[in-house]
Ligand binder design. Structure first.
Ligand SMILES: *[C@@H]1O[C@H](CO)[C@@H](O)[C@H](O)[C@H]1NC(C)=O
Ligand SMILES: *[C@@H]1O[C@H](CO)[C@@H](O)[C@H](O)[C@H]1NC(C)=O
Length: 194
């Protein structure tokens, strides 16, 4: 290898390290919001599927009386159906935008568009930022990287859990996306009082 090629290679390695560190620092709000949004959207999609629908997953289950029945799981929590929901989950990120709380200055991405039959309260549009580098495209990008990284964890959590999935997925499991949420709030508050 000649000298020039070697220098270029070293420079590229150094650059990729720099880029990685920069990304790790700046994107807590984005990635934590994306992680929470993934859980929220999946939870909603699951709740829209009739819980009485079940599918056979192959094999049999032994009953206490010694008889055998087909093994069934709720359709919404079957691996096939969860995978299908997961595939489409990041498309819903276009219904989210960055919201800045007018009082606390806390930043997070929130849903601004109502869902199907949902007519709940929606926050004031004035406090959303709809464009610029903080738009919903960056949330979609973060969503896709979270889904890619945590696919197996998401599938296994949603296959059984109903409660605390947000905390398990976004705070505990390999994703530590939301762990510093309080730090961010403190920093935002500090910069406000300055
Ligand atoms: C999941 O969805 C159900 C039904 O829509 C809702 O009652 C529940 O609060 C949701 N759970 C979470 C953690 O969002
Ligand atoms: C998942 O459930 C929905 C709603 O019942 C159904 O329309 C869809 O075909 C299912 N998909 C798979 C892969 O089982």
């Amino acid at each position: 290898m000649n000298m020039v090629a070697w220098i270029i290679q070293i420079a590229m390695v150094a650059m990729s390290i720099l880029i990685e560190t920069a990304e790790g620092k700046k994107d807590k709000v984005l990635y934590c919001s994306a992680c929470r949004a993934v859980v929220d959207e999946l939870n909603y999609s699951i709740s829209q599927i009739d819980p009485k629908k079940t599918i056979h997953v192959g094999g049999f289950r032994l009953n206490p009386d010694g008889s055998l029945t087909d093994k069934k799981v709720p359709l919404a929590r079957s691996e096939a159906n969860l995978s299908e929901l997961l595939e489409g989950v990041c498309d819903s990120m276009s219904d989210y935008a960055l919201h800045v709380d007018p009082d606390t200055k806390k930043k997070q991405y929130k849903r601004f568009a109502p869902r199907g039959s949902d007519t709940g309260d929606f926050p004031d549009f004035n406090h959303f930022k709809f464009d610029g580098p903080e738009g919903s495209n960056s949330l979609k990008f973060a969503c896709e990287s979270i889904v890619e990284e945590l696919e197996d964890d998401i599938l296994s959590l949603f296959a059984k859990e109903t409660d605390h999935v947000v905390d398990k997925l976004c705070n505990e499991v390999s994703g530590t996306y939301c762990r510093c949420a309080t730090d961010i709030r403190t920093i935002n508050k500090l910069s406000k009082t300055k």
